[in-house]
Ligand binder design. Sequence first.
Ligand code: ATP
Length: 289
Amino acid sequence: MDSICVNARAKINLSLDVLGKREDGYHDVKMIMQSISLHDKVFLKLTDDKDIKISCDKRWVPSNSDNIAYKAAKILMDKFNLQKGLDIKIVKNIPVAAGLAGGSADAAAVLKGLNEMFSLDLKQEELMEIGKTIGADVPFCVKGGTMLAEGIGEVLTEIEPLKNVDIVLVKPKFSVSTPWVYKNLNLEKIISRPDTDYIISLIEKRDLKNLGKEMVNVLEAVTIKKYEVIGEIKERLVKLGAFGSMMSGSGPTVFGIFENRATAQKVYEEMSMDNRWDCFLTETFCEER
Ligand code: ATP
């Protein structure tokens, strides 16, 4: 096999708590991660030269060694001494720097694709170990589904898969830097935290109504203070019929969860009329176990 196309799926957070700051500067988190159907396409092709080349259809995504997908390829190819050239092409559908782990998803797709193309027979756990050295969200993107993520996000525990929940994503037309959000988070001043264990029990029962009410992301306090529009989107989604609405990751994307596709579709159309943001209609995604 000398070429392959891998779907790189985005994620949302169904809850996000920050427990403390570590000596190494990272934060300990406790969050529920959920894959969604929205995805980039990552095309891999082996070539006869020795270089890794990367390109993307969106000019604001780095097309050089700064791209995290390039880093993933380099780490894996060096580790297994794979003496080939590689052409990586990314068709980017996931908004960038939006709290949806688009870069990590591309990196995970490269690891999975190279594992197939070179018949390395690496187990998912081994790919996740390699992923950990690339970025905290990469192990989740290798595994996908519905997961409790602890540590800096790399310690994963499976939760009952939350399949096919209809989601509307609303992404304001600006980016938010994850380091900026964490720098401005005052751990002493967090007022509302998610009850993660209770949220997990709601996911197990597929109680979407209460899940919508219980979702909390402690990073919202930082982003909404600077970008009020995030709060406005949250309110509008709930007013229009979402069971609940929350910012994903460090933002600025806000998502709403819905009872059914018809309601989600209507809200997607309504929200799409405002050109301050981009909207996406999608659903939660879990591979068959
Ligand atoms: P995180 O929460 O991990 O910061 P995010 O979803 O908010 O993730 P990404 O879309 O992964 O953010 O992009 C973060 C930064 O990474 C961007 O500023 C971008 O320039 C850089 N980047 C490097 N490689 C990629 C890639 N393959 N896709 C998107 N962004 C990339």
